[in-house]
Design a binder for this molecule. Sequence first.
Ligand SMILES: C[S@@+](CC[C@H](N)C(=O)[O-])C[C@H]1O[C@@H](n2cnc3c(N)ncnc32)[C@H](O)[C@@H]1O
Length: 204
Amino acid sequence: MKKDDVLKLIQEVKSPDLGGFGTFSAGGSSINSEEGQLLYKLCVVLKPKVVVETGTHHGTSTNYFLEWASSHNGIVYTFDVETSSGRGLHRSKKYFLRQFKPQKILWFIKPSLEFRIAKIRSSFLSSIQKQKVDLFFHDSDHRYENASWEVQSILSHMNNPGYIVLHDVLKRTEEHATWKVLEKIPAQWKHIFQTQNGLGLIKL
Ligand SMILES: C[S@@+](CC[C@H](N)C(=O)[O-])C[C@H]1O[C@@H](n2cnc3c(N)ncnc32)[C@H](O)[C@@H]1O
């Protein structure tokens, strides 16, 4: 499906509002409900069987993906890290398991912040290698080195057609450099949704 057709079709889709936090609330930096609804609408239009996301946190984005996947025989892989400060997956799990069906989710727990990148990198792709990914959502460490590594690495695991969504593309700081990844993509293959923090869509 052409990118412009996707953009046209999602305008006609209705999405449940499953909530969201956004950047400035007590919920920290989860996606907000507008962004969540967009992710759900993309699922309705693109019909992904395999969704992979990095950055589980409270599971807000995961919840929207699951809303689609659980009724369409899909699967959601979500990756986070457990940090020494108790952030990351440890906390995500606490919030998350209260609300969602664990059997639909594959967890990949990494024990420490120091090794998070090396370890998540070694497990990330090997754990999904037999699957072809239809939709990849990057919402983890947004520094350029990590964001571009994730996108480069997932490419050979993507289905054709496949779609990548990057969060926070409207923020431009050292810590938020997903815009730089998007900048390298030719205009005809990408779109920026002007949400609170920006969702960048890439069609492969
Ligand atoms: C912005 S939050 C994700 C918000 C989540 N998508 C939501 O909607 O609730 C970022 C998360 O990425 C995790 N993270 C940081 N570095 C990571 C890495 N290298 N791989 C996977 N997750 C990482 C953090 O622990 C944090 O939970």
